[in-house]
Design a protein around this ligand. Structure first.
Ligand code: ZN
Length: 252
């Protein structure tokens, strides 16, 4: 399928899509939206891979939610077994919003470091979750010499994103919730335009709070980014598509 837009991060294996997944994916397909779908819990890894095999507009990423840090060994097995099917590793990273315990935060960092090294070994991009931990996640990535970095729904300081995108070449995806988030709107202006991506993070981060998000909402993020940067939507779409294909070389 020829794609006009890439939803660079979402979760099509989520239980919330069990009733109507087929039509949700077909709807995105009819709008020429390709989707990178991420499985981040032990019970969605294989489910996500199965779903991605069935559709030519879906690409699989496998990672580990920071809350699932105890499942690293099982994850490594799945990653090694399905290495050739993956477009990326992730999401993975740190979550300091939910986790306050120092020792568990340490454990999250250890798992994170292991996955950065694996992504480098596999020569794959890595998708990063860094809720309330943007600065810490960026520090670790830099120290570990991560090669192809995609920061998703970054909630850290804009200035950090400016440095990471300009000086380190890290990519940042703006979610559909940008329409209701002043922090994300500010972030758009800070990111190097050649490092800008968009995502839905479906089923969450919907443009409308409290509703289920789907990849077909992706144009909302494009429109808002175009408005903020005062660029034409077609021009912005081309730039973002080019960025997506530069980072994700397996996109067809
Ligand atoms: Zn996500």
């Amino acid at each position: 399928m020829k794609s006009r837009l890439i939803d660079t991060h979402c979760h099509m294996g989520d239980d919330g899509f069990d009733e109507d997944r087929e039509s949700i994916i077909e709807e995105a397909r009819s709008r020429e939206i390709a989707i990178i779908s991420s499985g981040v819990t032990p019970n969605t890894w294989r489910k996500n891979l199965d779903i991605c095999r069935r559709y030519d507009n879906l690409y699989a990423s496998i990672g580990l939610s920071p809350a699932e840090h105890q499942h690293l060994e099982e994850l490594l097995e799945v990653l090694r077994e399905h290495r050739n099917e993956l477009i990326a590793i992730g999401e993975c990273g740190l979550d300091y919003y939910i986790e306050r315990d120092h020792e568990i935060r340490e454990r999250q960092s250890e798992v994170f470091i292991e996955l950065i090294q694996l992504a480098n070994d596999f020569n794959l991009p890595i998708q990063i979750h860094s809720r309330s931990a943007g600065k810490y996640a960026l520090d670790i990535l830099k120290k570990q010499d991560a090669k192809m970095v995609h920061m998703h729904a970054f909630d850290g300081k804009s200035n950090l994103a400016r440095i990471a995108s300009n000086e380190w070449g890290y990519y940042f995806s703006i979610p559909t919730s940008v329409v209701r988030s002043p922090q994300k709107q500010k972030l758009v202006k800070a990111i190097n335009i050649e490092r800008l991506l968009i995502e839905t993070d479906s089923p969450v981060l919907s443009p409308e709070r409290g509703t289920r998000n789907t990849p077909s909402n992706l144009p909302v993020a494009l429109q808002e980014v175009s408005r903020i940067l005062r660029r034409g939507e077609d021009e912005m779409r081309e730039i973002i598509l080019e960025n997506s294909c530069r980072l994700y070389k397996k996109l067809r």
